[in-house]
Each structure stands twice: as C-alpha cells, then as structure tokens.
Design a protein around this ligand. Structure first.
Ligand SMILES: Cc1ncc(C[n+]2csc(CCOP(=O)(O)OP(=O)(O)O)c2C)c(N)n1
Length: 371
C-alpha cells in the first residue's frame, strides 16, 4: 500500500479537499519491503476504462521490450536495456503526465527504463525500434545512441543519459525554470535504487527543498532491488530510500509499483500536491526486474512478480475482460511489433557526414579538425 508521509515542516495536510485522500489513508495493510504480488485486496479502485487502458498499454510495452530483446539477440542491434517488469509504474506515469512542449508542461527526465511511460504517452513501436536499430529515422538521436535513450522535445522528454543519476541534477534546472515562470508544470525524474548512492541524487534533494525556494519536482526511484549485480540488501542501511527525503522536510511516499491501480492513484495524488504547493515529493516505487539488468547479463527471463500477469487476473476476476481477449491482445501486439521491426530494418543508417549533427547548436565548431 502507498505510505505517504509529510513532515511537519512540509505541512501535514491532505493533497486537496477535492482530491481523494492519499492512497495510504484508503488502503489497508502494510508496505512490505520485497516486491509484492500485485493487486492486493484493497479498496483502491479506478474506472474500468482506465484499468483496461492500462492493461492494454502494459501488454503493448512488454511486447515491444521483448521485441527489442529479440532484435538484439538476432544481431540487429548492439545492446539492450529496458523496462520489462516496471510497466505498472511506467504506464500510469505516462497517462498522468501533462504532455506538451515548453515550461507550462511537465518535463520528463527519464532513465533507460522509460519505454512503458513513452508507450503510454503515444510513442510508436517503430520509433522505439528505430533507436534500437540505430536508424537515421530515429527521432530521438538520429540513430546515434543506444536503445531506450529517448529524447522527444515535443513532449519535454529530455535526452536520457548513460551516466546514471545525472538526470536528477538536470531536473532541478527545468523545475527552477518552472518555478520562475509560475508554471503549473512539474519536473518528473526517474531512476534506479543503486543510482541513489550518487551525489546527483542528494543534490536534487538539497536543491528541491531549499526553504522558500522549493521546487515543483516529482522525484521518483524505481526500486528493483538491484544495481547491475549488487543487491539492495548489501548497500542500504535505510529501510526505504524515500525515508531519506524526511531529513529534508519533504513529502515522501512508498508505493507498490507492481500494482498499477495503487501506482496511478499515488502519482495522481502526488502530482496534484506538487502543482498546488510548488513543493517536491520523493516517491519510491517497489518494482520487478524481469530480464536482468540489460544484455550485459544476458537479457533472459528471470523469476519475479510479473505485474502484468497479476493485473490480467484482476481484470478477468472483475469481469472487465475475458482471458481469450487478453490472449488476442498479446498476439496482435506481437504481429505489430514484428511488422515494425521488419519495416525499420529496411530504413537507412546514419551517414558519416552526419556525425557532428546536433553535437553543438547549429554545428558551430562541431568538427574539431577544422579548428
Ligand atoms: C555514473 C555511472 N556509474 C556507473 C554506471 C554503470 N551502470 C549502469 S546501470 C548501473 C546500475 C544502476 O542500477 P539502479 O540505479 O538500481 O538502476 P536499474 O538499472 O536497476 O534500473 C550502473 C552501475 C553508469 N552508467 N554511470
């Protein structure tokens, strides 16, 4: 269950009188430390249409990720990293983002597990595959970066960085701009548990909570309990990463990120709080990592709670959808992903002349050989 805590300093008020109370207040039971089975017996609920839409997008995202892995294993790409197992976090986030370009809209500082969020925002399978297969048609990087390193200026999705945690510092920058412009947009940042050991994470907590200069930031951590091969248990003295926000007087929450309903409600509540107060939230989502870290450790299916499997069961039990219809969804998306990969495989790769494009503004001084 989501456990939302607001320190006295931050003002222990519910997010809004109009909003439903924080998920924690509605939910029964306790937050477990390990990744949990999805859809615990709580009273939390959402309209059927939202639930079915989330299920559809979670399946689409998983099929796309599994296609990316197949593309890698077939030798059509050099590296895979992605988000299978984190769909119950990523899809609700993508649905709740105030999407658009410029300071009035939300900024997204994603890490390399952002596919479910972008699928929910409307990214096509083709555009993900174009990046994966390094095609010049790739709208994120022109085929120059590796997979899941997205960049969509039209949606304020800033370039994903390979050095982990840098995004937390960058998110401070867009949040400062939003504060300066008195915008209702917020800056959202995602990242993993191991990365929170980096100074950039601590820097974001410091900068977002300066008294009288608080920033509208949704600072999230997807805790899949692993770095590359280093387990959470061996590194963290704190019970929850979110607890570290308490020292800064900020609002914190711990959410079962394998439960899309709980996650949706928690993100909705926290976003409303940030837009209303201009203050930051540190939100930790407990998630699964179902294909290991990346192709670096094989990209094979591992044990672990599958958020989609459990959500499917929930939707069938609620009689929202039949098992046969779910099976059809998987098949249809599989066909779609195969066709997308076949199409993208025919597209051109970047030319050597384009190597300096987008390195500096207007390519000024881009080619050091011409200095
Ligand atoms: C600054 C920096 N240090 C180390 C790495 C190598 N590296 C890439 S991913 C990763 C693990 C990150 O784990 P976590 O933050 O928990 O995120 P997850 O991959 O589990 O989602 C590491 C150490 C890096 N990319 N950047």
């Amino acid at each position: 269950m989501a456990k939302t805590q607001v320190s006295k300093k931050a003002g222990a008020k519910p997010a809004s009188k109009k909003m439903p109370p924080p998920a924690a207040q509605k939910a029964a039971g306790k937050s477990a430390v390990k990744a949990k089975a999805v859809i615990a017996p709580t009273k939390l609920t959402l309209p059927k249409q939202i639930q079915l839409n989330m299920l559809d997008l979670m399946i689409k995202s998983r099929v796309l990720e599994e296609r990316l892995i197949k593309v890698y294993k077939a030798g059509d790409s050099y590296f895979w990293i992605g988000a299978p197992g984190e769909e119950a976090f990523g899809v609700p986030l993508g649905l709740l983002v105030h999407k658009g370009q410029g300071v009035e809209y939300d900024y997204l500082h994603l890490h390399y597990r952002g596919t479910p969020t972008l699928v929910a925002m409307g990214m096509t399978m083709e555009d993900s595959l174009r990046l994966m297969m390094n095609r010049s048609t790739d709208p994120s990087t022109g085929g120059r970066n590796f997979c899941n390193h997205y960049c969509f200026p039209k949606w304020n999705v800033v370039p994903v960085t390979s050095p982990i945690e840098v995004q937390y510092g960058q998110a401070v920058g867009t949040a400062l701009a939003q504060r300066r412009h008195k915008s209702k947009g917020i800056s959202i940042v995602t990242g993993g548990d191991a990365g929170t050991a980096e100074g950039d994470f601590a820097g974001a907590l410091v900068w977002s909570t300066r008294p009288g200069m608080e920033l509208p930031m949704l600072i999230t951590v997807q805790n899949n309990r692993m770095g590359i091969s280093t387990s959470y248990e061996t590194q963290h003295g704190e019970k929850h990463i979110a607890d570290r926000g308490k020292a800064f007087g900020m609002r914190t929450t711990v959410v079962n990120g394998n439960d899309p309903i709980e996650t949706y409600l928690a993100i909705q509540t926290e976003m409303e709080y940030i837009r209303r107060t201009g203050k930051p939230v540190l939100a930790e989502f407990e998630v699964s990592r179902l294909y290991g870290h990346s192709s670096a450790d094989g990209a094979n299916r591992r044990d672990g709670v599958c958020p989609i499997q459990d959500f499917e069961k929930h939707c069938v039990d609620q009689k929202f959808i039949k098992s046969s219809e779910i099976k059809q969804l998987w098949e249809d998306y599989d066909v779609q992903s195969r066709a997308a990969a076949d199409l993208v495989r025919q597209e051109p790769v970047p030319t050597r002349e384009s190597i300096w494009d987008h390195v500096y503004a207007n390519n000024e001084n881009a080619d050091w050989r011409k200095f």
